[in-house]
Ligand binder design. Structure first.
Ligand code: NAG
Ligand code: NAG
Ligand code: NAG
Length: 711
């Protein structure tokens, strides 16, 4: 395949840095918390080798791959030929050609690309064919929207549509300034000038935008003024419609619905979880007149029946008889794309016969409705790269901090920054900080890692199950990973959920949490001989204190606690002197919020942490399962001020650690490569929901919305 990459269409992007000066980075170069590298983990992400595929609706047997097998590519959109003809500097529209707009996470940040695929030499095979990514095709790849169009700021991009010369999409680059408010908002970028405007009103979050066939209207899923209440399954959004031109004439047309998709300018489909527990697709019809939508005319009707989940609908102006949906059926573990005939009320399989044992996401139609696109994990393909990276470079908003996603949990750097310890259930591993030399050092289930500051090669961890009760047997051990026999020393003796060890910089003590007194509180023990050599209680109360980290200057221990509302699942960050004085609340992410996993910067002036401060960035059902899709990585000053978001995605990021050494951000592949493509569909898409559930069982259902993060 020949590839021609137009990294930026320079003539497309005349106005690029128009917002940069208004939003200075809180941590400027030279003040980046002492700089260095931050490593963190993202649930499942290394398995998301997503590419975009398509199937012809008439003979759904030959699936073709459209994206290039690099990175993670998803949420595609087929632009109309009228829209493409308005874009200058695209290669000539020889027939047949495939044009695809999509989200990609290549090179460490979320971007919107346009790929054009041509057969070379041109093969005329009629309008019903798409060009496949193959040895015979030529690909033109164009970056449509990246950080530049977002004022130079790193952000998540999502759900693109191309209308005329404008791209409509979600971006998370503006901080609403309120804890637990999503940063997701819909923007329009005029591609020929680069001028970007926000279409979502300030103070609101919009997800899943869809543009009507005429381009006049855009529909979104929005929580409106209600904001985000911590929900991680169905966000309980409403559907709003506004003028694509400028976001004006915004009206709520549907109470409770998401993922809109238009048939024509007065009909759209959307999904919601019904009272009977099944996710179903609905149709809404309404009348519009001279730029106004008559809210009183809106009528809605359930379209897909109970008995299976059907969601993320795609409709087409070219064939109003069919919609494409993702389904989860009783008896199937996998999410498939099906057509639904809205006249005969019949489903037609699309992806089941082609790849029965894969999850397929977020269908979309070609302009003539003869193809349905979607994304799925590519598995092993000849020219595709796995996304199986030991270390993935993630673009950092702070210039002198290098950001890495580690394919393992609870990474920690050795004091000199040369090595990383991490866990991957069930086992503890050590590698060099450039991703080389991976070694297994423990083959039991362990969680959390920390290196001794003085004794080279000594790593602390807790052995036993995570997310367990106070009395569960979990003990802290230290292992010298440089010893040939890898012998380890048990430092706690009584079980009772002893975990999250963090050593003092003088090498003498280890702070940890323990459930030994009936609640998880903090204790300090002798680093060499464990609790037998000395044990002090640091915090005490009928609540959970956990995830402690000792500052590099020895003065503070930061930790997460639910003491404000014990058992609620809401965690705030505190710090306390090792002698038990000076307790201070550092940060609280709003009422009911979560801030966990604190880790001090090498100079002790900053803390990196995981939080729900930026809410949820996409409808969770449009993604694989994440227990906590709100998890992002943030940096604060150690007094809790100046919060800055480091990661932007709809995944579950967590467990950051900070090293003094700046490691050049590059991707490092697993030596044995090959994506396993094994990840879970949303756990809460249970396939035997309470039939005819009462409102109380529905509430219970909601209450089970998130695993309590009290590990
Ligand atoms: C595109 O078509 C125009 C007019 O037919 C021609 O002048 C131009 O060379 C073509 N460009 C490419 C890249 O083929
Ligand atoms: C971006 O990533 C691709 C692989 O996905 C790589 O081939 C390319 O060199 C990278 N480009 C830059 C500018 O780093
Ligand atoms: C406790 O530790 C802090 C910080 O090292 C120190 O400032 C303070 O004087 C100590 N208090 C007591 C009672 O020892």
């Amino acid at each position: 395949m020949k590839i021609s990459i137009h990294n930026t269409l320079s003539c497309f992007l005349l106005v690029v840095n128009f917002l940069t000066s208004t939003f200075p980075l809180l941590l400027a170069t030279g003040d980046g918390g002492g700089g260095g590298s931050i490593a963190f983990a993202t649930l499942g992400r290394s398995s998301y080798a997503f590419d975009i595929y398509a199937l012809p609706t008439a003979s759904p047997s030959k699936e073709i791959r459209l994206t290039d097998g690099n990175s993670v590519n998803f949420n595609g959109y087929f632009p109309s030929s009228s829209s493409l003809s308005m874009l200058p500097h695209l290669p000539n529209n020889s027939d047949p050609a495939t044009h695809l707009v999509y989200i990609t996470e290549r090179n460490g940040s979320s971007k919107i690309y346009l790929d054009a695929l041509y057969d070379t030499p041109p093969i005329r095979s009629g309008s019903r064919s798409l060009v496949e990514s193959s040895a015979e095709s030529t690909r033109f790849q164009v970056l449509l929207v990246g950080d530049k169009q977002s004022g130079g700021r790193v952000s998540m991009k999502d759900k693109p549509s191309l209308v005329g010369q404008s791209l409509i999409y979600v971006s998370t680059h503006e901080n609403p300034g309120v804890p637990r408010a999503s940063w997701a908002a819909v923007y329009s970028t005029q591609l020929t000038t680069g001028v970007t405007r926000r279409l979502t009103p300030k103070g609101m979050a919009d997800f899943s935008p869809a543009v009507s066939p005429s381009g006049i209207w855009t529909a979104v899923a929005s929580s409106g003024e209600k904001g985000w209440d911590g929900e991680v399954q169905e966000l309980g959004t409403d559907v709003y419609v506004f003028l694509t031109r400028d976001g004006s004439n915004r009206v709520k047309i549907i109470e409770h619905g998401g993922w809109p998709s238009w048939v024509d300018d007065s009909t759209l489909y959307f999904h919601r979880r019904c009272e009977d527990g099944w996710w179903s697709v609905f149709r809404a019809t309404f009348s519009t007149n001279t730029g106004r939508l008559d809210v009183k005319s809106v009528a809605t009707q359930r379209v897909t029946p109970p008995g299976l989940h059907a969601f993320t609908p795609a409709a087409s102006a070219a064939n109003k008889r069919f919609i494409a949906v993702a389904t989860r059926r009783p008896g199937s573990e996998f999410r498939h794309i099906e057509l639904y005939d809205v006249v005969s009320n019949e489903f037609l399989d699309l992806t089941l016969p082609v790849s029965p044992n894969a999850h397929h996401f977020n269908p979309f139609f070609s302009p003539d409705a003869s193809w349905v696109g979607y994304h799925k994990c590519r598995g092993a393909t000849s020219d595709g790269k796995s996304n199986d990276l030991v270390l993935e470079n993630v673009q950092s908003p702070v210039p002198d901090i290098s950001l890495f996603r580690v394919d393992g949990s609870f990474p920690s750097y050795s004091p000199d920054g040369e090595r990383i310890a991490y866990v991957k259930f069930p086992g503890l591993y050590v590698m060099n900080s450039d991703g080389s030399g991976i070694r297994t050092v423990l083959t039991r289930t362990a969680f959390s890692t920390a290196w001794d500051w003085k004794r080279k090669g000594v790593v602390y961890t807790s052995v036993g199950p995570t997310f367990a009760s106070e009395s569960t047997k979990v003990d802290i051990i230290s292992i010298n990973v440089d010893d040939e026999d890898l012998s380890y020393k048990k430092l706690t003796s009584g079980g009772e959920n002893n975990a999250f060890p963090s050593p003092s910089p003088d090498g003498k003590w280890v702070v940890f949490r323990s459930g030994r007194a009936g609640h998880k509180n903090l204790y300090i023990m002798d680093a060499l001989n464990g609790e037998a050599g000395g044990l002090y209680r640091l915090t005490e109360g009928p609540w959970t204190d956990t995830m402690c980290n000792w500052s590099p200057d020895g003065e503070w221990i930061a930790f997460a606690s639910d003491r404000g509302n014990p058992g609620s699942g809401s965690f705030e960050l505190f710090k306390i002197h090792p002698n038990g004085t000076g307790l201070q609340k550092v940060i609280h992410s709003g009422v009911g919020g979560r801030t966990n996993h604190p880790w001090f910067s090498p100079d002790g002036k900053y803390i990196v942490l995981t939080s729900d401060y930026a809410g949820v960035s996409a409808e969770p059902i449009a993604n694989p399962h994440h227990y906590q899709p709100y998890g992002d990585i943030f940096v604060i000053k150690s007094d809790g001020s100046g919060i800055q978001r480091l990661t932007h995605n709809s995944y579950e990021d967590g467990t950051p650690a900070w090293s003094p050494k700046f490691t050049s951000p590059t991707n490092v592949e697993w030596p044995n490569g090959g994506s396993k493509c094994s990840f879970d569909d949303c756990h809460w898409l249970n396939i035997s929901p309470d039939q005819g559930s009462s409102s109380s069982s529905k509430r219970n259902n909601k209450r089970g919305k998130s695993r309590k993060k009290t590990i």
